[in-house]
Design a protein around this ligand. Structure first.
Ligand code: GTP
Ligand code: MG
Length: 147
């Protein structure tokens, strides 16, 4: 199982994603500091919203095997500049989150394009609420069935 680090805006669904992939109940709590959820390093959205905190992200990533960029498909804003994922020097995948809330398939495509441009090698579409799209990403990260 790879150790992953979650990166994305406040409210993107990073903590929910960690809870979902490890089979925990969804419990909302704003992430205030870096926290470990099983094999995942969950970061606060502020780390990517404030350039001066990028350094904290890069240092935290030293411990991870893979970086996971999370983009909410209902969010017009994106914090991932082209090539963003390259700063970690680690494999990076992208998660388009909240697909249950997409008003139009284009919402998902636009989010996917942002993640592609950011440098993600694979992109997955998921809903933490409806628990869709999880098996593929879990397999990619190496979380076994039922784990
Ligand atoms: N409808 C829907 N809501 C979601 C989904 N994922 C997360 N949410 C909701 O979005 C809100 C924010 O989710 P979090 O997982 O706490 O977001 P976060 O990225 O950890 O945010 P910070 O800790 O502030 O950086 C919560 O109310 C979640 O219940 C999803 O796939 N679908
Ligand atoms: Mg969080």
């Amino acid at each position: 199982m790879k150790k992953i680090m979650l990166v994305g805006r406040t409210g993107a669904g990073k903590t929910s994603f960690c809870q979902t992939i490890y089979g925990e109940d969804l419990e909302y709590k704003k992430t205030q500091a870096v926290q470990i959820i099983n094999n995942a390093i969950d970061t606060p959205g502020e780390f990517v919203e404030n350039r001066t905190l990028y350094r904290a992200l890069v240092i935290t990533a030293a411990d991870a095997d893979m970086v996971v960029l999370v983009q909410d498909c209902t969010d017009d804003q994106c914090m991932f500049a082209p090539g963003f994922a390259g700063m970690f020097g680690k494999p990076a995948i992208g998660i388009v989150s909240k697909v249950d809330l997409a008003k139009d398939p284009s919402d998902i495509h636009v989010a996917e394009e942002k993640l592609e441009l950011a440098g993600c090698e694979r992109i997955f579409h998921i809903s933490n609420k409806e628990k869709t799209g999880l098996e593929d990403v879990k397999a990619y990260i190496g979380i076994a069935e039922g784990e």
